[in-house]
Design a protein around this ligand. Structure first.
Ligand code: SF4
Length: 413
């Protein structure tokens, strides 16, 4: 069924047009609001209307053949995932984009992911986001101008050097050198990735944050530090897992400044957070364990540290999938991440009891903006020779952002 919340999307107009056999109209000028939803995420049956759209998408896919690659993030709804050539986390999907030679890469995810795919693909390839409004509220919590102001303040307050002046920023710091190295989470805009690349830094995802931080610490030197943005929770949880004390992980809020001592710090945490993952609380874990004393709890590291600390384990979406796969039949498990992924895991493992840690959770509202009607629309336009909703990273930020992304990809090789 279409979610009740889809009624406030422009999709209702698209669906009406589709039913009348009309080619889909331009849908970029629209307003979207997403109230609390009441969707049964376990129900994957398609209405006749939804089935007709799904069939049409499959037909369009066939027409586009090898020219088309559809990438789907784990947080997408099932009626999108069913059309994806690859389903994965942002790291895996960025690798798939980098390895692909398809002419059109339709990214069913959010804007920063499509930007990264555009950076990693050739000029002859086009990256398309089915709904241009699908952003990420966490990524919006750090802008280039805010980071530039913070960077200048932090260099002066910490007494550390800017790696931008290093001849070989790829090399570990020499004896006696101490740098401030920027690390941005994948969930950030391309101009921030460019800033990071130019300043000797690197991109990370939740699946490689520890390896990336180790790389950055080597470049910072024993007396140096890392500026980690935009997600404070991923930075803090990863730092704690590496044995770094919170006393040397101050938080930085634009317009306010530091909470904690900058001089002598190891990781300076930007104030950002994910509005979906911050909803998972220690109380929910206590409630689940009181019902299932033998149950296990796995959460995403974008959750607050109190929640991560109390969970049995934490990791990226891919880690969570693997963890659940490996649990024996009969296990009781609560998962602290986006509901579409949790519901999919529950359906894939009918021999295990799987529930979302927050029983009132909504989907990520921006991931949910990729509705099948939008996917159908962009595919129709491609078949008709248009290139709709293309995400193009400007030339001036390509070089630095590619550097920062390639550093990340090299760390894992
Ligand atoms: S789940 Fe959180 S971090 Fe991921 S896209 Fe949604 S708002 Fe952004």
């Amino acid at each position: 069924m279409f979610c009740a919340t889809d009624g406030c999307f422009q999709t209702s107009r698209l669906i009406r047009s589709f039913k009348k056999g009309k080619r889909l109209a331009n849908m970029r000028a629209m307003s979207i609001s997403l109230p609390m939803c009441s969707v049964d995420f376990m129900d994957t049956t398609l209405s006749m209307e939804e089935q007709a759209i799904a069939d049409h998408i499959q037909d369009l896919k066939k027409q586009l053949g090898d020219d088309l690659l559809i990438l789907g993030h784990h947080y997408q709804r099932d009626s999108i995932v069913m059309h994806a050539d690859f389903l994965g986390d942002s790291f895996m999907l960025s690798q798939k984009a980098a390895d692909s030679s398809a002419k059109y890469i339709v990214f069913c995810g959010v804007h920063f992911m499509a930007e990264s795919a555009d950076i990693l693909t050739s000029d002859e390839q086009s990256v398309i986001l089915p709904n241009m409004r699908a952003g990420c509220s966490m990524a919006d919590m750090a802008t280039l101008s805010e980071v530039e102001v913070a960077w200048a303040d932090l260099l002066s307050e910490s007494g550390l050097s800017d790696p931008i002046n290093r001849k070989h920023p790829e090399h570990p710091a020499e004896d006696g050198e101490s740098y401030l190295v920027p690390v941005t989470y994948m969930n950030s805009s391309a101009d921030l990735k460019d800033f990071v690349g130019r300043h000797g830094g690197v991109v990370c995802t939740s699946s490689n944050a520890q390896g990336v931080l180790n790389w950055a610490f080597e470049r910072a030197g024993p007396g140096g530090a890392v500026l980690f943005f935009p997600d404070q929770h991923l930075g803090r949880n990863t730092g704690r897992a590496m044995g770094i004390s919170e006393e040397v992980m101050p938080t930085w809020t634009p317009g306010i400044g530091a909470m904690g001592e900058i001089k002598g710090s190891r990781i300076i945490l930007w104030h950002g957070f994910c509005s979906v993952h911050k909803r998972f609380t220690p109380q929910q874990i206590h409630d689940f364990r009181s019902q299932y004393p033998d149950g296990v709890v796995v959460v995403h590291p974008e959750c607050p540290k109190e929640t991560v600390e109390l969970a049995d384990t934490n990791g990226s979406t891919q880690y969570i999938r693997n963890y659940v796969n490996d649990l024996p039949a009969g296990s009781n498990v609560a998962i602290g991440t986006e509901i579409n992924m949790v519901a999919r895991l529950a359906r894939e493992h009918p021999d295990k009891h799987i529930e979302c840690l927050d029983d009132e959770i909504c989907p990520c509202s921006t991931m949910y903006m990729i509705h099948p009607a939008y996917l159908m629309d962009v595919l129709e336009r491609l078949v008709n020779g248009e290139i709709p909703n293309q995400v193009i990273v400007p030339d001036e930020v390509q070089e630095g952002s590619l550097l920062a992304l390639n550093r990340m990809l090299a760390i894992l090789k």
